[in-house]
Design a protein around this ligand. Structure first.
Ligand SMILES: [Ca+2]
Length: 133
């Protein structure tokens, strides 16, 4: 029997940094974009389940989500629970990004960073940081 070849694990370069959704220590939802991507991301209430929200990214795949969340087969839509006291934080990194939080069920914190960004906050008291560009 022929031996199987071993798998090689390659170190990801910075430009390959994936986009992720995580929870911080206070259960706030944190979306962190990959580098070198002009992101296009939106947050909306779930139409299926009250108490859940949907984060959609059309510019790159979302590679990981917190426990209890689901990711669509195309890795562009993540759905998960939120509580009314929490917020959603977006770090869209470099490039000219687009963030639409107009329908967000909670307030948002957005880091636009480098690039000419287009940022739309929620109906609540948001915190938005444009950065350069
Ligand atoms: Ca970006």
């Amino acid at each position: 029997m022929k031996p199987r070849s071993s798998l090689n694990v390659e170190r990801l370069e910075d430009r390959d940094q994936p986009s992720t959704i995580t929870l911080d220590a206070n259960n706030n939802i944190v979306y962190t974009a990959g580098q070198g991507v002009a992101n296009s991301v939106a947050v909306n209430p779930s139409l299926m389940n009250q108490g859940e929200l949907v984060i959609t990214e059309t510019a790159e795949n979302i590679t990981s989500v917190p426990m209890g969340w689901t990711l669509s087969p195309d890795n562009r839509t993540a759905t998960g629970p939120f509580n009314a006291n929490s917020f959603v934080e977006f770090d869209v990194g470099d490039q000219g990004d687009y963030v639409n939080a107009t329908m967000s069920p909670v307030w948002v914190k957005i880091w636009g960073k480098e690039g000419n960004d287009t940022l739309y906050g929620s109906q609540y008291s948001d915190r938005m940081f444009g950065g350069d560009g």
